[in-house]
Design a protein around this ligand. Structure first.
Ligand code: FE2
Ligand code: FE2
Length: 265
């Protein structure tokens, strides 16, 4: 398995938002609006990063295939921002120009190395994995649910991509340094989860998550991504065939996950 496989996947995964039910007439009710409005604005803003710093750091790694995969990954995140923005426009919800949580994440990513930048990004991806599940359950809008499902599916592969890269970047490390790093990243994850809960509480609650169940869901997600970073562990799309193992080649690895994976779990 190589970065070329990720590049190939991201290339093949473009343009899959055009066939959604964009003509869905459902207007969010007042209760739905209260539940999802603010967090949708925040996440739309968060997905819209232009990724200049991330791309520049990826380029420094000196692997053209990784750089190409990263460019496509950034483009996919921008697509998420674009489709969420289109939904906001349809619902008459203004787009945000900035949000403190987004500013913190962007600020951190500007000053860090590629590895630390990816670690920060990974915490945001883990939060997103749980958030879109909650958002799916918090609305009766068929279009918004379709958006959630597709984004969740994309985010699955984002988690795999970051884990694969991080495994590559931290290969051969061990000992106390690695133990300390792992716990520092867990603390970062915990902080990000609390901040995300504070910023998205109405959506999370409407989607069935209280603070404790949200933190438990984040912890489960994070355990999973920690597991995928271990040498020899499978990097897999949830509930589907393994995407890759250390030994597996790219053949057959980039099938679309089965349809049932599109449902929230
Ligand atoms: Fe995204
Ligand atoms: Fe993502």
């Amino acid at each position: 398995m190589t970065f070329t496989d990720f590049k190939t996947y991201f290339q093949a995964n473009q343009g899959h938002y055009a066939d959604l039910a964009w003509d869905d007439p459902h207007q969010l009710t007042a209760a739905e609006m209260r539940a999802v409005r603010a967090s949708l604005q925040t996440f739309q803003r968060g997905e819209s990063s232009e990724g200049h710093f991330l791309y520049a750091r990826a380029k420094r790694l000196g692997d053209d295939e990784y750089t190409a995969a990263m460019r496509l990954f950034i483009k996919e995140e921008q697509t998420h921002a674009a489709v969420l923005g289109r939904f906001l426009d349809q619902q008459g919800i203004p787009r945000l120009r900035g949000h403190w949580l987004d500013t913190v994440f962007r600020g951190l990513r500007r000053v860090l190395s590629l590895e630390h930048t990816l670690r920060v990004l990974l915490t945001a991806e883990v939060v997103a994995a749980v958030y879109y599940r909650a958002l799916f359950s918090a609305t009766y809008s068929g279009l918004l649910q379709q958006l959630c499902r597709r984004i969740m599916l994309d985010e699955e592969m984002h988690l795999n991509f970051q884990c694969f890269t991080l495994r590559h970047l931290s290969a051969g490390r061990g000992g106390v340094g690695q133990w300390l790093r792992r716990h520092a990243y867990r603390a970062l994850m915990a902080g990000a989860a609390l901040a995300a809960y504070a910023a998205s509480r109405p959506t999370l609650r409407a989607g069935g998550y209280g603070l404790l169940s949200f933190l438990a869901a984040i912890a489960a997600e994070y355990r999973r991504v920690e597991g995928m970073q271990r040498v020899g562990a499978l990097i897999a799309v949830r509930g589907g065939q393994p995407v890759a193992s250390e030994a597996a080649g790219p053949v057959g690895a980039w099938q679309w996950p089965a349809q049932q994976l599109r449902a929230a779990q």
